[in-house]
Design a protein around this ligand. Sequence first.
Ligand code: AMP
Ligand code: ZN
Length: 118
Amino acid sequence: MSDCLFCKIVAGDIPSNKIYEDAHLFAFHDINPQAPVHALVIPKRHIETLDDLTEPDRELAGHLLERTTHIARLLGVAEAGYRTMINTRSDGGQEVYHIHVHILGGKRIGPMVCRQSS
Ligand code: AMP
Ligand code: ZN
């Protein structure tokens, strides 16, 4: 999709700090890291949200998860552990509408806290 930030990163039209790339996936460091290690893993194909995955995307979805573990290993956080996160739509806190898996590590992330705001 032409006006999608992450599609532009995949195309190289917006620079990124690349970690990994293959035929289907791209991984790069988050520009606003929330932990010492904060990476994003995305499919190269534009899919807006996790909720937009359909049955033909099964193989891609499996590849995305399996490669996420590989990228965590590349980043040196696999052994100590890391948090993976996929935010979906507005209540899920999604800001960029192109599926991405967050990898957060390099420190103890702690329990997940969801504050009730309303
Ligand atoms: P989310 O809130 O789950 O949609 O996450 C979007 C993530 O993209 C945030 O953690 C942002 O810091 C990150 N982000 C936004 N723009 C860029 C960029 N140009 N390069 C790398 N990460 C970005
Ligand atoms: Zn996109």
